[in-house]
Design a protein around this ligand. Structure first.
Ligand SMILES: Cc1cc2nc3c(=O)[nH]c(=O)nc-3n(C[C@H](O)[C@H](O)[C@H](O)COP(=O)(O)OP(=O)(O)OC[C@H]3O[C@@H](n4cnc5c(N)ncnc54)[C@H](O)[C@@H]3O)c2cc1C
Length: 426
C-alpha cells in the first residue's frame, strides 16, 4: 500500500472532542504548528456526534470553578444567541459577562460552527473525515502516525502527540499501557434524542408524571427509573431526553453496532411511551437522534498517577492540581443508573497533572475522558468543561515539552500558566 506523507507538525492532536479542541487551540495560540485529526466531519465529540449540547462542570455551589477556553467557548456561543445558563426551570440568556454558575445549554449545530471558527482563527490545521489507524513507536517515543482519510492512508510526522480520542486510541495503537474498563464497572451506553412538539415543558412536573407513569405502566426502558431531560431554550417546544441505556464494552465495532441498534429501538419505543403517558408529550415527535451512541468510558491510559476510588473517598490531597472538578461518581450504572459505590457527596477535587502523563511514552500526553483513572470514578473528571480544561493543560504542557520528556515537565513551570489562563481558577 502506498502511504503518502501528509506533513510535519510540532503537535498532532488525535480527537476533536472537547478535550482535543481545547488542546489544539492552546498549543496553536502558543505558536506550535498543530494538526487536529478527527474521525467525524465536525468537532465536538460526544457533545455533537452523540447529541449532548449540555456543558457541565463549570461550577460548584453557585461559583465558577473553570474558566479558560471552556469559558471562551460559552462567550462565543452567546454572541450568536446560542448559550443559556441552565437553572432548574428557567434558562438564563443572553449570558453576557455573567459568571457561569451552572451548566450551559447550547445546540449541536452552534457548537460545530463556533468550534470550527475558533479553531480556524487560531490557525489549527484541522483534518476531519480522518481516522487514526496506527502509531509507530520507537525508543519510548511516537515517531509518526498513520491515518485513513478519504484519499487513502497518510503518514503524519510530529514531535509531540496528544491523545484526546476519548478511548485512549493513540496509546493503544502505539502499543503503550492502557486500561480497559470492565462493562459492569463502566457506565451505561446511551443514545440521546430530542423530541419536538412538547407543550408547556416543566421539568419538575414531568419528573413527577414520569414516576407515576413508571409505577403504573413500567418505565420506557427496563430499569430506567430516573427522568433526565431538559428543554432546549432556542428551539421552541423541543426537549432533550436521556433515557435509553444498555450495557456493553465499547471497544469493538461489532459490540458498538449491536448496542447502537438496540438503543435506536429503545429511542423509538421510548418516544412512543412519552407520547402515551406524559402530559404535554401527546403530539411530540422525534426531531433528532444522536448519530453515535454515547460512550462514557471504555478505556483509559495508564498514567504516572491514577485517580482512584480510594483517593477520592478519603479526600486525599492532590499534589499537582490542574483543574477543579465536581467529583461525585457512580451514576449511570448499567442496571438502574446508580452503582452500589455511588457517591453524590457535594465536593470538588482537582484533577492531578500526573493522570495526563503516560507511564512510559515520552512525547505523548492525554486529555479528556481517557486520562488515567479507575472506571468507577471517571465521572469525577469527564464533564465537558473539565475535559476542555485538561485539554487546555495538555496543549500547554506539549508546548513546554518538546525539548524534554513529558515525564520531566516540572509542575512548577505549568502552575503559573494554569492560573493565568483560568484553567486552575481556585
Ligand atoms: C450519553 C452521555 C451523556 C453525557 N451527558 C453529559 C452532560 O450532560 N454534560 C457534560 O458536561 N458531560 C456529559 N457527558 C460526558 C461528556 O460528554 C464527555 O465525557 C466529554 O464530552 C468527553 O470529551 P472528550 O473530548 O474527552 O472525548 P470525546 O467527546 O469522546 O471526543 C473524542 C473524539 O475523538 C475522535 N476519535 C476517536 N477515535 C478516533 C480515531 N481513531 N481517529 C480520529 N478521531 C478519533 C472521536 O470521533 C471524538 O470526536 C455525557 C456523556 C455521555 C456518553
Amino acid at each position: 500500500m502506498k502511504i503518502r506523507t501528509y506533513g510535519n507538525f510540532n503537535l498532532a492532536v488525535i480527537g476533536g472532542g472537547m478535550a482535543g479542541f481545547a488542546a489544539s487551540l492552546e498549543a496553536s495560540r502558543r505558536g506550535a504548528h498543530v494538526i487536529l485529526i478527527e474521525h467525524n466531519a465536525f468537532p465536538g465529540g460526544v457533545a455533537t456526534a452523540s447529541l449532548c449540547p449540555n456543558i457541565m462542570g463549570y461550577s460548584f455551589n453557585g461559583r465558577q470553578i473553570v474558566s479558560g477556553i471552556a469559558d471562551e467557548l460559552v462567550r462565543e456561543l452567546d454572541k450568536i444567541g446560542c448559550a443559556a445558563i441552565k437553572h432548574k426551570e428557567a434558562n438564563e440568556f443572553p449570558i453576557g459577562n455573567a459568571a457561569i454558575t451552572s451548566s450551559v445549554v447550547t445546540t449541536k449545530s452552534a457548537l460545530q460552527y463556533v468550534m470550527n471558527n475558533m479553531l480556524d482563527k487560531a490557525k489549527v490545521h484541522t483534518l476531519y473525515y480522518t481516522s487514526l489507524v496506527n502509531a509507530r513507536e520507537n525508543d519510548n517515543k511516537i515517531k509518526y502516525i498513520c491515518c485513513n482519510c478519504r484519499e487513502g492512508v497518510i503518514r503524519i510526522n510530529a514531535s509531540y502527540f496528544i491523545d484526546a480520542s476519548g478511548d485512549a486510541i493513540l496509546l493503544h495503537r502505539a502499543g503503550a499501557e492502557t486500561r480497559e474498563y470492565a462493562c459492569e464497572k463502566s457506565m451505561a451506553k446511551t443514545l440521546l434524542l430530542h423530541l419536538g412538539g412538547v407543550r408547556n415543558f416543566c421539568r419538575t412536573t414531568v419528573k413527577e408524571s414520569y414516576v407515576r407513569a413508571c409505577e403504573k405502566n413500567g418505565p420506557p426502558v427496563p430499569g430506567q427509573d430516573n427522568f433526565m431531560g431538559f428543554s432546549i431554550p432556542f428551539h421552541e417546544n423541543e426537549v432533550h431526553l436521556n433515557f435509553t441505556m444498555t450495557a456493553g464494552e465499547a471497544l469493538t465495532s461489532s459490540a458498538c453496532t449491536i448496542m447502537d441498534k438496540e438503543l435506536r429501538r429503545q429511542a423509538f419505543h421510548g418516544a412512543e411511551w412519552f407520547k402515551k403517558y406524559i402530559p404535554g408529550f401527546e403530539k411530540s415527535y422525534i426531531v433528532d437522534i444522536a448519530d453515535s451512541i454515547g460512550v462514557r468510558c471504555a478505556r483509559g491510559i495508564v498514567g504516572r498517577e491514577t485517580i482512584t476510588l480510594k483517593d477520592i473517598t478519603a479526600e486525599n490531597p492532590v499534589k499537582e492540581p490542574l483543574v477543579f472538578s465536581n467529583c461525585y461518581y457512580g451514576d449511570h450504572y448499567v442496571k438502574n443508573f446508580h452503582a452500589p459505590w455511588r457517591n453524590y457527596k457535594s465536593m470538588i477535587r482537582p484533577v492531578p497533572f500526573g493522570a495526563l502523563v503516560p507511564v512510559r511514552l515520552e512525547n505523548v500526553i492525554a486529555a479528556g475522558r481517557c486520562i488515567s483513572s479507575e472506571p468507577e470514578v471517571v465521572t469525577s473528571f469527564r464533564l465537558m468543561a473539565t475535559c476542555m480544561a485538561t485539554g487546555q493543560a495538555a496543549g500547554m504542557a506539549a508546548c513546554f515539552a518538546p525539548a524534554k520528556a513529558v515525564q520531566n515537565i516540572r509542575y512548577s513551570e505549568l502552575e503559573p500558566e494554569l492560573k493565568r489562563t483560568g484553567v486552575l481558577l481556585l
